[in-house]
Design a protein around this ligand. Structure first.
Ligand code: FMN
Length: 280
């Protein structure tokens, strides 16, 4: 019997994943296994009706307690978009993508519901922040999968949080509303490539957490990734970290993580209606 997802699983993980049994053959699932981020787009416009459909799909995502704490901004005004894009010159796709959305965690709306119903409560605890973040992240990924199903390409943009005060001003964000990520959308200008993922033995635990095999799993992953697409000539910050004889994904990510991101986001959240505490 041939495994229906053989080539897709190999593309995703770099080896033939043994599912150990028969599974239904579904083209949508194949497309999902082959999904990829796109940062370059053709000039072909994306009609407003399509964006509305994708937003409808986004807001069909699951929502914690049905609280519905995701919101989105569709950034249509060119001048406002240019102001935003100018903050991130290293990522020109923020300005060039045919469509730019921002998926927001919206802890404000639940407080407003309380006011409307005469039941004031605070939703600025860690629980409120976390639930709103998860809702927005689910809406983001649902939007991405819907767009990719229709042949569009996407790129989420979390770098917005690195300039949170300016971004919040441009987007007119009130307290307790924050960007989880922007989302570039358009027709891909090139096919792109599937980014290999860590093997299931590194990410899926059976019955209890056990990462004792991590070093071996990461080593194998680094080698498979390097064999497909070497990044040896793109070593980060060699002045600071030196030049590695073997430069794989784990070395690249370990170096990347040495430079903190989102600096100022925690202070901004505290100044805009959130506390890092339990609800009380
Ligand atoms: C929450 C989130 C934020 C991201 N932020 C950015 C970003 O600011 N800029 C960017 O170019 N890509 C961004 N990406 C895209 C990732 O770099 C990309 O998903 C990752 O390299 C894996 O590639 P793949 O999506 O093709 O599998 C983001 C992805 C996610 C999920």
């Amino acid at each position: 019997m041939t495994e229906p997802y053989g080539s897709e699983l190999t593309a995703r993980f770099g080896f033939a994943v043994d599912l150990g049994g028969e599974v239904p053959d579904d083209p949508r699932l194949k497309a999902m296994l082959l999904r990829r981020t796109h940062r370059r787009y053709s000039d072909r416009p994306v009609p407003d009706a399509l964006v509305k459909l994708l937003l409808a799909a986004a807001f069909s995502a699951s929502s914690k307690s049905d609280f519905q704490q995701a919101s989105a901004i569709w950034l249509k005004d060119r001048a406002r978009r240019d102001r935003l894009a100018a903050l991130f010159p290293d990522m020109p796709w923020i300005g060039t993508a045919p469509v730019f959305l921002v998926l927001l965690g919206d802890a404000r709306r639940l407080e407003r519901l309380g006011e409307l119903r005469g039941r004031r409560q605070s939703n600025g605890s860690l629980e409120g922040f976390f639930n709103a973040t998860v809702d927005a992240a689910l809406a983001l990924q649902t939007c991405i999968l819907a767009a990719e199903t229709l042949g569009l390409g996407c790129c989420p943009i979390s770098v917005l949080r690195n300039r949170i005060a300016e971004v919040a001003e441009i987007l007119g964000l009130p307290d307790q509303v924050f960007p989880v990520a922007g989302l570039c959308l358009g027709h891909p200008a090139q096919p792109g490539f599937v980014s290999m993922r860590l093997p299931p033995e590194a990410t899926v635990h059976i019955d209890r957490y056990d990462d004792s095999g991590l070093a071996a799993a990461v080593d194998g992953y680094d080698r498979r990734r390097d064999a497909r697409h070497s990044i040896a000539d793109r070593q980060r910050e060699t002045d600071r970290f030196g030049t590695a004889s073997f430069y794989g994904w784990s070395e690249d990510k370990a170096r990347q993580a040495m430079t903190p991101e989102g600096v100022g986001f925690a202070a901004w959240l505290k100044a805009h209606g959130f506390t890092p505490d339990d609800a009380g």
